[in-house]
Each structure stands twice: as structure tokens, then as C-alpha cells.
Design a protein around this ligand. Structure first.
Ligand code: HEC
Length: 152
């Protein structure tokens, strides 16, 4: 029993201490001329879907939930955001070259259609991101339309 208490004691100390490790949650400012929805004049209904299902990991407009402030959960969330932005940052769309843009649009169509995006773990905590079939089609059709127009 004594060892058990000691373990719990040190575990709590550990959890308390790791709260002091800083996690950078600042969002870089969004530059309109590079912002996907401004560049492509995305219709409101599609913007709405992007904001609720993709923005937290693929833009500089991440909204962190309360539990994102408690380590070690905060580390895992930050890691998703960092990785997501590294692959595709809609706020910095204008800085990508045309090949990359094409690639991202194609990947977005696939990931929305095959349900790999938004990440399933995210959906469990963000019910609004659990896109309906209609919303997925709308988003995929929108990306495909841009690809066809060849203007991106
Ligand atoms: C919870 C965070 C999160 C959300 C929400 C999210 N993604 Fe992702 N996304 C990631 C991460 C992390 C990756 C990197 C690959 C991986 O780890 O699976 C990724 C990768 C991608 C890629 C692949 C890029 C490449 O280089 O191939 C595309 C495209 C993509 N996401 C599109 C979307 C779209 C579209 C949405 C909204 C419908 C969305 N994602 C929502 C986290 C997220």
C-alpha cells in the first residue's frame, strides 16, 4: 500500500510539473491575399464546412478547446495542429506553388470522400465536424470544380 501511495504521489507531482512546460498556441495572423477562401472566393456554405471541420488543424485560425490547456493532452493536440498545418495550411494557400496546390486539392477530395479527414479522433470531440454525406459531397465537388477550372 505504501509503494502504491508513493507512486500516486510522484505521478501527481509529475502531472503538476509538466503543466509548466510551455506549449505555443499562438496563431499567426491570416494574410488575406494568401488565404484560401479569399483567393478562391469560396461560397459561404463551403467556408462554413471548412471552418468547422478543417480549420483547427489546417489554418492559422485554430480554436483550442479547454482541454488543450492540460498537459499531456495539450502536447498531442499541438502535434496534430503542427502536422496538419505542415501538410496543408489553408491560411497560407497563396504561398504554395501550382503543383503543390493541385496535389493538395486532389488529396483533399480523396480524404473527404474516404472519411480519413477530418481525423476520426477529432470528430469524437467535435460533433459538428462529423460531416454528413451531403456535406462531404459538397466539399469534394467544390475541390474538384477548382481543379477543373485550373484556376488555383
Ligand atoms: C484534428 C486535426 C485535423 C483535422 C480537423 C483535419 N485534418 Fe487533415 N490532416 C491532419 C494531419 C495531422 C495530417 C497529416 C497526415 C496524418 O498524420 O494523417 C493531415 C493531412 C491532410 C491532408 C494530406 C496532405 C498531404 O500532404 O497529403 C489533406 C489533403 C487533409 N489533411 C485535408 C483535410 C480536410 C479537407 C479536412 C477537413 C474536411 C481536414 N484535413 C481536417 C489533421 C487534421
Amino acid at each position: 500500500m505504501k509503494t502504491f501511495k508513493t507512486v500516486i504521489y510522484w505521478f501527481l507531482i509529475f502531472i503538476a510539473v509538466i503543466q509548466f512546460i510551455p506549449v505555443d498556441r499562438t496563431n499567426k495572423p491570416v494574410v488575406k491575399k494568401d488565404n484560401f477562401v479569399n483567393v478562391l472566393q469560396t461560397p459561404e456554405n463551403v467556408q462554413h464546412i471548412l471552418i468547422k471541420a478543417c480549420y483547427d488543424c489546417h489554418s492559422n485560425e485554430t480554436v483550442y478547446p479547454d482541454y488543450a490547456y492540460v498537459a499531456p493532452v495539450s502536447w498531442s493536440i499541438k502535434s496534430h495542429v503542427t502536422k496538419g498545418r505542415k501538410h496543408l495550411n489553408l491560411s497560407e494557400w497563396g504561398t504554395l506553388n501550382k503543383d503543390l496546390k493541385k496535389n493538395m486539392l486532389e488529396n483533399s477530395v480523396h480524404s473527404v470522400k474516404d472519411y480519413s479527414m477530418p481525423l476520426p479522433a477529432y470528430i469524437t470531440r467535435h460533433p459538428a465536424a462529423n460531416l454528413t454525406k451531403a456535406e462531404r459531397s459538397l466539399l469534394a465537388d467544390y475541390f474538384e470544380g477548382i481543379l477543373k477550372s485550373n484556376k488555383y
